[in-house]
Design a protein around this ligand. Structure first.
Ligand code: SF4
Length: 491
């Protein structure tokens, strides 16, 4: 996965918060697509659909070996070739081998998250093959030599001024910020690339084992051209992205487009599964489906995290997330940002390496509510935090912060016993005094607690807690009344 070294989460998050363009775009994203998806679920006529799809996703995962074997068999029956890749490098080697055999000089790509995860563009370029992204957002990102910041809307961090300026610089057009004109420029450029490409590489939104096909959704029509115009089509697929039957496939695709773009169905859903037939007017001469593991088997076998593989990459959890809504995608420093990224990035690429991600989320539960397949991301984020707190040999996790774990253990003991809790409150009340500023707030703490006051002031512990006031006002008088009653009864 595309990573910078070391954690830059805090710095990148601060940079994002200071960007007015990003803040405006993220706010619009939340208002339109975050809230919109919640409304779509409220108004969905078939209220059982989300549960049905979740059940079918989990059932497929439980029998993934059988379902994938059926998929491979049916793709081969259609004349396609299937390759099971253990790792990203394995998938790259296979694809480059296909490219060399077919003397490929230029590749056009459809938007594909897994291609970014395995970093195939860089590998193809290193082999002397030109790679052109054809999804408009991805094309803009490629021209800008930037990174996507959203699963569905890769250049959400840019506005029309940024894009106009970029097109003037890179494509030599007259300055304009008119979206329609900019789109026409991109369209003209891309059409030429599509006409001269030797190979198309796409992802796969979902495969269907029953029919041996894959489906790819788009709103731009580029997928139809990428999958039919070049001589060779290679589809890269995460091994979990499969349904057993076409009925399950149909419902899952519907949920995907509703969660992603509030659409009952996207403008194009392209089904493909083999090379062009004898009587077909178009289509590739070769079709290859590369089914990629790259760490997914380990997730699959862990009952705590298997559910994350039910994800259909709609992006709705990003749109509703209060953290993503402020820091955007780049701070996650991963192919997969937002709440789903905070779960799967550590699982695919190292829990310690990406410790900031699960700790940065609020566990507010909005992602669970909006997720079309009700993925319980807050539960999985907590499970990751648990591993970081206590270490985990199976996932090769070392304790993230030993001192912090002692603090939480002490906190656990204190809140489990009321007398210990009260003693702790009294002690902290004394200790906090030197930190209380003129505004009666704690403005700066030190040591382990310093982060709590880095960007905000904290209210100090009250002179009298709610429990103390309650005791004095209600509990003690009630106790005295009871004692008087008992004395009277004794008399
Ligand atoms: S976790 Fe759910 S909401 Fe988030 S991308 Fe996956 S399917 Fe969509």
């Amino acid at each position: 996965m595309s990573q910078k070294t070391g954690s830059t989460y805090n710095q990148d998050a601060k940079k994002a918060i200071d960007s007015p363009t990003l803040q405006k775009n993220l706010h619009n994203l939340y208002e339109r697509f975050g809230k919109g998806a919640m409304q779509v679920w409220e108004e969905l006529e078939d209220q059982g659909m989300r549960d049905r799809v979740k059940e079918s996703r989990m059932r497929t995962l439980a029998h993934l070996d059988i379902v994938l074997a059926e998929l491979a068999e049916n793709v081969r029956k259609r004349g396609g070739k299937v390759y099971f890749a253990q790792s990203g490098q394995d998938a790259i080697d296979y694809t480059i081998d296909v490219a060399r055999k077919n003397k490929v000089r230029k590749v056009v790509k459809g938007k594909s998250m897994i291609s970014m995860e395995i970093e195939i563009d860089q590998a193809l370029a290193a082999d002397g093959i030109e790679v052109i992204e054809t999804d408009l957002g991805e094309y803009i990102i490629q021209l800008a030599d930037d990174r996507p910041s959203h699963i569905i809307a890769p250049c959400i961090h840019m506005d029309r001024n940024d894009i106009g300026q970029l097109f003037t610089e890179k494509l030599g057009i007259e300055p304009t910020t008119d979206p329609e004109k900019l789109t026409m420029v991109a369209r003209k450029e891309l059409r030429q690339e599509l006409l001269t490409a030797d190979m198309g590489i796409t992802g796969c939104n979902l495969a269907c084992a029953e029919t041996g096909q894959i489906s790819i959704v788009s709103n731009e029509g580029n997928i139809r051209m990428v999958t039919t115009m070049p001589r060779v089509h290679v589809a890269l697929m995460g091994m979990e992205r499969v349904t057993a039957t076409m009925d399950e496939h149909r419902e899952t695709i519907q949920l995907l487009t509703m969660g992603a773009a509030l659409q009952k169905l996207s403008t194009y859903v392209s089904f493909t599964g083999g090379p062009r037939g004898k009587d077909d007017p178009d289509g590739p001469e070769e079709f290859h489906l590369v089914i990629i593991d790259n760490g997914r088997s380990k997730i699959l076998e862990d009952s705590d995290f298997r559910e994350s593989l039910a994800c259909i990459r709609c992006g709705a959890c990003l749109n509703i997330c209060p953290v993503y809504g402020k820091i955007g995608g780049h701070a996650y420093n991963s192919t997969y940002p937002g709440p789903i990224g905070a779960v799967i990035t550590p699982l695919l690429d190292g829990i310690n390496k990406h410790a900031d991600l699960c700790k940065g989320e609020t566990l507010c539960g909005a992602c669970l509510d909006v997720c079309p397949v009700r993925n319980d991301l807050p539960r999985m984020l907590s499970a990751l935090r648990y591993k970081l707190a206590y270490g985990d040999n199976h996932w090769n996790v070392r304790q993230h912060n030993v001192a912090e774990s002692y603090v939480y253990a002490a906190w656990q003991r204190a809140i489990s016993h009321s007398s210990a809790y009260r003693r702790m409150i009294k002690t902290v009340r004394l200790l906090q005094k030197p930190f209380i500023g003129k505004n009666r707030m704690i403005q700066r703490m030190t040591g382990l607690a310093a982060g709590w006051t880095d960007s905000r002031d904290l209210p100090p512990i009250a002179k009298r807690t709610f429990a103390e006031i309650w005791d004095e006002k209600y509990a003690k008088p009630q106790q005295q009344t009871q004692e008087i009653r008992e004395e009277k009864t004794d008399d």
